[in-house]
Design a protein around this ligand. Structure first.
Ligand code: FES
Ligand SMILES: [Fe+2]
Length: 342
């Protein structure tokens, strides 16, 4: 019998060539979540980071505007910024070229004015945009606007105002599995009763639903009133929303809190997953309860994802099969991957 709902080939989870192809085709062409805008509140505040091996700086130009650049000097590739801080201008660490915060080359040490035209050597810009207090970047200058992607989501989640939530902390997890195994696992609730016994008690598994939208995928379920690990806030429904924006942005919304997950691909067998916590109110006891509960679930997911990666190394397992009812999120994700990568 021929099945149309098979998974992508298992070899795609194990080959370095496929991994490099995904970085180029998917990650350098999609909006990548960076973190909270509240980290750079003042003009000149700058953060340095690396996303999918791309060295980046993001800086505040004025109260309403951020700019992002490659942290790569146009002279011979030195680093412009060595760490986070507040900068009036940027001086390359290697031979001292100076750039304005707007990315314009101001001083090209070692070069006469008639030797180069400075405006030919401004910093290379990266698209940057903010949604609900969260910074996103996109390496493709011709990409669709971030708003066009998130306006759909705003309608569905009733315009929740996360920008007023406060950032609490980031927890990062090194995981020995391909980034797609982590996403596959996230995109279905079928594993919950077996892998997450505590979570299974907390939610109403029978209420678990998956909705496929144009720009995002939503899974949601009701939370048990008595076992609710989140804030008891009567202004919000007792619902957990699990949202995925292709390829690797996850928003976990529960009463009084937003948790974002960034699934950062490292190589074909490893990913790094960042959990950023944002809360409506800073209630330390409540926060610790939430963090501990999340950590338990995350460790259960890591264990199963790493086992699956090890099994995918087998030369005798070519692909799996996806349930139409209970794994529609995985089906949608794999269809998208096939469209882009085949
Ligand atoms: S590499 Fe930056 S000044 Fe030379
Ligand atoms: Fe899970």
């Amino acid at each position: 019998m021929k099945y149309l709902n098979t998974t992508i080939p298992v070899s795609w989870y194990c080959q370095s060539e496929k991994f490099e192809f995904e970085i180029e085709k998917i990650f350098l062409n999609s909006w990548q979540l960076v973190g909270p805008e509240s980290k750079i509140p003042n003009i000149g505040d700058t953060i340095k980071l690396t996303i999918t091996k791309q060295p980046i700086i993001i800086t505040r130009i004025n109260m309403n505007r951020l700019k992002a650049y490659f942290n790569i000097c146009r002279h011979r590739g030195g680093p412009i910024v060595s760490g986070n801080g507040c900068y009036k201008q940027f001086q390359c660490q290697y031979h001292g070229w100076i750039y304005t915060n707007e990315g314009k080359l101001k001083n090209a040490r070692g070069f006469d004015n008639n030797e180069i035209k400075k405006s030919d050597f401004n910093l290379k810009e990266i698209k940057v945009s903010v949604w609900n207090g969260l910074i996103f970047i996109n390496f493709n200058e011709k990409c669709n606007s971030l708003e066009s992607i998130y306006e759909d989501l705003e309608k569905r989640i009733n315009k929740k105002k996360f920008s007023s939530y406060q950032f609490y902390k980031r927890d990062s997890y090194d995981i020995s599995c391909n980034w797609k195994i982590y996403m596959d696992n996230y995109l279905e609730g079928l594993h919950i009763p077996l892998v997450h016994p505590e979570l299974n008690k907390t939610i109403n598994y029978k209420s678990y639903k998956t909705e496929i939208h144009n720009q995002f995928l939503l899974q949601w379920c009701l939370i048990d009133q008595k076992l609710n690990p989140y804030k008891n806030d009567s202004s919000e429904d007792l619902i957990a929303y699990y949202i995925t924006i292709f390829p690797n942005v996850i928003l976990n919304i529960a009463p009084g809190r937003l948790q974002t997950n960034i699934v950062e691909p490292i190589n074909e067998k490893n990913c790094l997953v960042h959990f950023d916590y944002y809360f409506k109110e800073m209630d330390e006891k409540q926060i610790q309860k939430d963090l501990n509960f999340s950590d338990i679930i995350q460790r259960e997911d890591i264990k199963i994802c790493e086992s699956v990666q090890a099994n995918y190394e087998s030369k005798r397992f070519k692909n799996g099969i996806i349930s139409k009812n209970d794994e529609s999120g995985v089906f949608h994700f794999h269809s998208r991957l096939k469209e882009i990568l085949l």
